[in-house]
Design a binder for this molecule. Structure first.
Ligand SMILES: [Zn+2]
Length: 423
């Protein structure tokens, strides 16, 4: 493709490879096709000079940019890693993605012939910052996969630039890791953080330009089982115990004013996800989210107490709840290492951007890694409308993400050499 920077070229090449993960498959990786991209990345990493690039049997790609510091300084600068994920969300198809490079002129971008998929500045006011600039969109039939192939393209491009600069830019050892199955919350199971061998890391998996994410939900999830007794309605008198009868009471445990659709910012929610079953047996699946760890404990207790109460109202039914914690707020860990976040803040500012720190109303692989001894905040990719056919990414934002990665490396190197600090 002509007239687009190499980071965009790379992104478009990766976006065309289908890598959707699958919640149903229990294998690691959940889908074999993630290897298609992983294998290409190993080749491209080797092409830019990262000789040790390899993919393991769990579909995790590892590579090293060796330190170019003099031996006496090398031990002062810790190993830093950058990570993004290979898979795309299953919310929309990622087969035959056909990325479109368009210049944004301030008007709505109509992607589908039936006018149902439209990117507008009404929905995305930030688009006004990109008038006259090139953005990459879908053709209206698939998602784009900027989440997170943009992150991969940005990390790889930063690595490429660093290798080309050689001794002109001093840095410690940098590790790169591309991992599978983030979208189904299983990336942390595939990775080997000992093998990665970094002191801290950054995921490049955020959205809007300038974004730095250091805080995410504490999450729990589970199911409520209602067991009744089903017989033919014709002979049901005195025998049938209909589990559906308990549903209105069970729903009161999930208040409408504390739902995903009625809460924002730092507010917690209760979310009934799915329900299946009939007279004899019903399962209701739910998740609970709270930025405060003790708040989540309280929510779990409310569900347990509520279920006990409903049980007492329906003695003929057997009602039980199973739930467990899913992930924790990484802020708990990152607060212990303020310099990791500070380095990212300074790097974004050095790129000439305003730092946007919004809490993530979800989880990230970085949150998991943070609790596995690898503190990992998340920085922006520049993309918008992830998981949807309206997903798009301005090329300018991708270039700024590359610059930010390089600035993180620069600032971290200076930081540790000057402070002469050990961690
Ligand atoms: Zn992502």
């Amino acid at each position: 493709m002509k007239d687009i920077p190499i980071v965009a070229e790379r992104f478009i090449r990766y976006a065309k490879i289908s890598t959707q993960s699958s919640e149903q498959n229990k294998t690691i990786p959940s889908t074999e096709k993630q290897f298609d991209l992983a294998n290409l990345l190993v080749k491209e990493l080797k092409d830019i000079g990262l000789e040790d690039a390899q993919v393991d049997d769990k579909c995790v790609v590892y590579a090293t940019i060796p330190s170019n510091l003099p031996p006496d300084l090398e031990s002062k600068v810790p190993v830093i890693a950058f990570n993004s994920h290979l898979d795309t969300s299953a919310s929309e198809s990622d087969e035959n993605i056909n990325p479109q490079v368009v210049e944004y002129k301030g008007e709505d971008i109509i992607l589908s012939k039936d006018n149902t998929v439209i990117i507008s500045s009404k929905e995305n006011p930030q688009l006004n910052d990109y008038i006259g600039k090139k953005i990459i969109t879908t053709d209206g039939t698939t998602l784009l996969g900027a989440d997170d192939k943009a992150g991969i393209a940005e990390i790889l491009t930063a690595a490429d630039e660093l290798m080309k600069l050689g001794s002109k830019k001093l840095h410690g050892k940098i590790r790169i890791m591309f991992s599978p199955d983030e979208e189904i919350g299983r990336g942390h199971v595939a990775v080997d953080l000992k093998k990665l061998g970094a002191k801290f890391a950054y995921t490049v998996d955020g959205g809007e330009i300038g974004g730095l994410e250091i805080e995410n939900f504490n999450g729990a999830g589970g199911s409520i089982e209602i067991k009744g007794y089903n017989v033919h309605p014709g002979s049901a008198y005195g025998l049938m115990n209909n589990s559906l009868r308990a549903i209105p009471e069970i729903f009161k445990l999930f208040p409408k004013e504390l739902a995903p659709e009625t809460t924002k910012d730092l507010e917690p929610y209760y979310h009934p996800l799915a329900i299946k079953g009939s007279v004899g047996n019903i399962s209701l699946y739910f998740i609970l989210r709270n930025f405060d760890a003790s708040g989540l404990d309280e929510q779990m207790k409310n569900i347990q107490d509520g279920v006990n109460k409903v049980q007492s109202l329906f003695p003929d039914l057997k009602i039980s709840v199973k739930m467990e914690k899913q992930y924790k707020n990484m802020k708990e860990i990152l607060d212990k290492f303020p310099y990791i976040v500070e380095i990212a803040r300074k790097a974004i500012e050095k790129t000439g951007l305003k730092v946007i720190e919004d809490p993530i109303r979800g989880g990230t692989d970085g949150a998991r890694y943070s609790f596995m001894d690898l503190p990992t905040p998340n920085i922006f990719t520049g993309g918008f409308n992830f998981h949807s056919k309206k997903e798009f990414i301005p090329i300018f934002a991708m270039e700024k993400a590359v610059e930010t990665i390089l600035n993180i490396i620069d600032i971290a190197t200076e930081w540790f050499l000057e402070k002469n600090s050990q961690i």
